[in-house]
Structures are given as structure tokens and as C-alpha cells.
Design a protein around this ligand. Structure first.
Ligand code: ME8
Length: 497
């Protein structure tokens, strides 16, 4: 059995989840489900990033301790994944002892082998914002927020990032799939070719973080802390842990394009310095806008995924997000586009196919899978289509997979229209049984294929066809629906909006 390890970014808990978070998590869940159906041994991780100044500030604004604050907001992310019907194997929080241990172990390793050194960080600092600003960010000698700035020098640990330029470039070259899609890979290469500076990896100006081992005036830079989560969940620092040995080299980190640099430059450099294996791939997806406008809290146009799921159901929201844009590209969210997809692809195409065939069988074939007569060449060719489709998601193109499956659904609706079981009922009941059998078995295969994209509805359809749980893997596509199987009363699975 082959292994796969897929991760979402761990989300900041300074604010409530929005559609962008749901998007990445849906994509990872769809891939995790797909790989499991292929028979792979999958581990799927998501979680929350709970340290850093932003969180500390948000807690202060809410007048609660940072720990109480993160305990509460982290729950909203857990609540979201329950609503989304996500199949993660673990949920990590960076405030957990297992993670603090892992982050400190990585730090100690980097310090011991000379990859981290103590130096000084100098920059423009705004006390009001508790933030450093680059010279180029200042506006008329003030912070972009309008706060007064002072030149501040504070002790800081640095990671020797500058030493990894050649090694990183050589690695990208030797592993062309390490960063995907290709356009993003090229951006990263250009960035690294431009030269790398050592990276400040500790802070003394605020407290909410993982203490630096042996020097607790400092806390670890939140990204060094956060990136380690992917290994924590596999048992790191115990490198002999079976999960770590099995899954770590298979890691695929799915991230938004905003945080690609942290994952494709800093993270591999940290791992190289620590002499640890690198993940298999960093995949950066695109950015959603809302009705053409950038999504931001200050514009007040964030989209609440919980509200969408409560209104339309998790399958519909997932399907729309996966189908609407090609994975890697930017996309625009509009409620009307979502409703259009639900009505055309889910209700009219898929739902209608299942409903009209299954209720016809229920009413006109004694609610049992009919026994087919001899299949015509046309029947066999049709019934072989899903099998020949060979489920694959190449280059993470989930939308292409969805298009392929929906093309099969269109063929099935065409087959119903051409073979008109309702007419055959009067003229040729034996032929009607064959046509119904062929359709029922076709729908069984479709429902196996749609499981990663609309998991709840697919399960309902497979239940309505009395397909046992054990017979729902992709390897079961070429088995046959057993004639004479008793079928329950069918129910519609996709309401029209
Ligand atoms: O960056 N379109 O957390 P974060 C698409 N804690 N995806 C979007 C999106 C949008 N408009 N907005 C957000 C962090 N996302 C760090 C990560 S990982 C070790 C630490 C998604 O809460 C996308 O996946 O800001 C993006 O990368 C992520 O949310 C950022 O989440």
C-alpha cells in the first residue's frame, strides 16, 4: 500500500474562519478522500496557528488571556470542519505540549549545529503597533498606520538562510515537482536567485510564543514554530516513530499563494539545516475574490462558510469551490454562480438522473435491482465508460476530474432519454429491465466516482442502491450490481434552489 500525507496550512486564530480557509480545507479533504478510494494509506492534517503578536493583540482587544482566547477561537475552526464533513486524521494546535516540544527540539538542533546564531535586529519600530517596519514601508517618517516610529536595536537569533541559496536552487532543479504549479515554482526560483538574507527567528518585544530553549527572554519566530506542526503530528522529535518514518517523506503541503515563500524557501532551508528529509511537494493554490473584490475584513466582505453550508449544504459548497476554478488559479466567488452550479450540475444533472431512474425502479420493478437480459453492444459500450474513465487527479487538477465525471452523468441522462424505460414498460418489459439494470449499475459507478466531490450525496445514492460499504472503493468500479437486490425507497439528494 502506498502512503500519502496531506496538510492544510494551520490557520491563525486571531479571527473567525472565512471562505478562503474552507477552500483549502475542502481541497485537501477532496484529495484525501480520493487517495483513500484509490487504496492509499492517507494521513490528513489540519489545525490552528495560535502564537504570535496578532493573536496576542486580538486577545488583548477581547480582554481575555491569550490562552483563553485561542481555546475559544480554535473551537470555531473545529466546528467549521465538522460542518464541512472533513475527514482529517488529526487536528493540531501549536499551543499543545506535543508541539512546543517539537518546535523546541528543532530549534535546539539548529542552534547546536551552528545554523542559528545570536545577533542584533535593527529596524523601525512602532510601540503603538508593536511592530517593525521596513524603511520602504514608512509614510512621511511614520508607520503606515500613522504611529510614531523609533530606530530600535534588539537582540535576536538569526537563521543562516543566506547559506542555502545554492542548495535550494539545486534542489528545485533536481525535483521539478517540489513546487507546483509551475508558474509559482518559477516565482520562487526568481526570488531565491535574487539572494537570501539571514532570517530573524526570535522576538523579545512580545511574549506569546514558544520560549527559546535556554534563553527565555526570547520567543521563537511564529513561522519557525508554525511550520514545525507538520512534523509534530507525526511524532517528531521521535524520528523513529513509525508515522514519521512512513509519512514524512510523502508530505504534500497545500497552501495559498500568500504563504508560498515560507513553505518553499524557509521551510526546506530549515529542514536542510536540520538534516531532515524534505516534504514531497508544496502546492500553492490561487486566491478567491468576492464578486470581483479582494476579500478583507476591513472591507467587510468576508464570506462566512458556516452560513453558506447552513444554506446550501456542505456537498454543494464543496462541489462549487472544487469545480468552479482550476486548482492553482485565482477565482471569483458569487452567490449566483454557486446557485447556478447547484441547479445545473447537482439538481438537474446528477440529482435528476438518480431520482428518475431509482424511483422508476422502485415503482415499476418491485423495488429490486432488475435482472438484465442480453446487453446490446451499445449497452456494453455505455456501461464500460466509467470503468474506462480510470479515476486520476493528475497535477492536483480536481476540477478536471469533476468535469470528467459530470460528462459521464450527461451521457447517462442521454441514455435514459434515448431508451425511454417508461415506453418500454408498455412495449417490451424485458428490455425495460435490461435498460434499468444498465442504468442502475452505471449510477452505482458514478456514485463511487463522485464520493470525493459530494461525499454525503454519494453515500445516499450508494445506500439507495444497497451497495455495501466495503464495495465503494475505486477498485470496485468493475464489479457488478447484484440483480434481485432489494432497494429502499429513493429520496431526492440535491434540492433545487
Ligand atoms: O497564513 N482565497 O494563516 P491564515 C484562497 N497561520 N485561500 C485563502 C484566502 C482567499 N481569499 N484567504 C485565506 C496563515 N486563504 C498561517 C499559516 S502554516 C504553517 C501557517 C487560505 O489564517 C489559504 O490557504 O492567514 C491561505 O494560505 C491561508 O488561508 C492563510 O490562512
Amino acid at each position: 500500500m502506498t502512503e500519502a500525507y496531506i496538510t492544510t496550512p494551520i490557520y491563525y486564530v486571531n479571527d473567525k474562519p472565512h471562505i478562503g480557509h474552507a477552500y483549502t480545507t475542502f481541497a485537501c479533504d477532496t484529495l484525501a478522500r480520493f487517495w483513500r478510494l484509490q487504496g492509499k494509506n492517507v494521513k490528513f492534517l489540519t489545525g490552528t496557528d495560535e502564537h504570535g503578536q496578532k493573536v496576542e493583540k486580538a486577545a488583548a482587544v477581547a480582554s481575555v488571556s491569550p490562552q483563553d482566547f485561542v481555546d475559544e477561537v480554535s473551537q470555531t475552526f473545529r466546528h467549521l470542519i465538522d460542518k464541512m464533513n472533513v475527514t482529517n486524521d488529526d487536528f493540531i494546535r501549536t499551543t499543545e505540549p506535543r508541539h512546543i516540544k517539537a518546535a523546541q527540539a528543532l530549534w535546539t538542533r539548529l542552534l547546536t549545529n551552528g545554523s542559528i546564531y545570536l545577533g542584533e535586529y535593527a529596524g523601525w519600530y512602532a510601540v503603538r503597533d508593536e511592530a517593525f517596519y521596513a524603511e520602504s514601508e514608512l509614510v512621511n517618517g511614520k508607520a503606515p498606520t500613522g504611529a510614531d516610529v523609533e530606530w530600535l536595536v534588539e537582540p535576536s537569533y538569526f537563521f543562516k538562510l543566506s547559506a542555502y541559496q545554492d542548495q535550494l536552487l539545486a534542489y528545485y532543479k533536481a525535483h521539478p515537482d517540489f513546487i507546483a504549479p509551475e508558474s509559482r515554482r518559477n516565482e520562487v526560483i526568481r526570488f531565491v536567485e535574487g539572494g537570501l538574507h539571514d532570517l530573524s527567528v526570535s522576538r523579545t518585544s512580545f511574549k506569546w510564543g514558544v520560549p527559546v530553549p535556554g534563553d527565555d527572554r526570547h520567543i521563537m519566530y511564529v513561522w519557525l514554530d508554525a511550520l514545525t506542526n507538520y512534523m509534530t503530528a507525526l511524532g517528531y522529535p521521535d524520528e523513529q516513530n513509525t508515522d514519521f518514518k512512513t509519512f514524512w517523506p510523502e508530505a504534500v503541503h497545500v497552501v495559498g499563494k500568500d504563504i508560498l515563500r515560507f513553505h518553499a524557501v524557509y521551510w526546506p532551508a530549515f529542514l536542510m539545516a536540520a538534516d531532515l528529509p524534505l516534504p514531497r511537494q508544496i502546492f500553492a493554490h490561487g486566491w478567491w475574490t468576492n464578486e470581483g473584490v479582494k476579500i478583507s475584513k476591513s472591507l467587510g466582505n468576508t464570506i462566512d462558510p458556516i452560513e453558506l453550508i447552513d444554506t446550501f449544504g456542505s456537498d454543494a459548497v464543496r462541489y462549487f469551490l472544487m469545480r468552479e476554478i482550476s486548482f492553482g488559479q485565482d477565482g471569483d466567488f458569487s452567490r449566483q454562480a454557486l446557485i447556478n452550479r447547484i441547479n445545473s450540475d447537482l439538481a438537474n444533472a446528477y440529482g435528476n438522473l438518480a431520482q428518475r431512474v431509482l424511483s422508476f425502479i422502485y415503482k415499476n420493478a418491485d423495488a429490486i435491482v432488475p435482472t438484465p437480459g442480453e446487453l446490446t453492444t451499445e449497452d456494453s459500450t455505455f456501461l464500460n465508460l466509467p470503468m474506462q474513465f480510470l479515476p486520476t487527479i493528475d497535477e492536483m487538477q480536481i476540477n478536471r476530474y469533476a468535469e470528467g465525471v459530470w460528462a459521464l452523468i450527461a451521457k447517462a441522462n442521454q441514455y435514459v432519454d434515448e431508451h425511454k424505460p417508461w415506453d418500454l414498460k408498455k412495449t417490451d418489459p424485458e428490455r425495460m429491465n435490461t435498460v434499468l439494470y444498465v442504468l442502475a449499475d452505471f449510477i452505482r459507478q458514478i456514485a463511487i466516482l463522485t464520493q470525493p466531490l459530494v461525499p454525503l450525496a454519494s453515500a445516499k445514492i450508494l445506500n439507495q442502491l444497497s451497495v455495501p460499504e466495503a464495495d465503494r472503493l475505486f477498485s470496485c468500479l468493475n464489479t457488478k450490481l447484484r440483480p434481485d437486490t432489494k432497494l429502499p425507497e429513493p429520496m431526492g439528494v440535491f434540492p433545487r434552489i
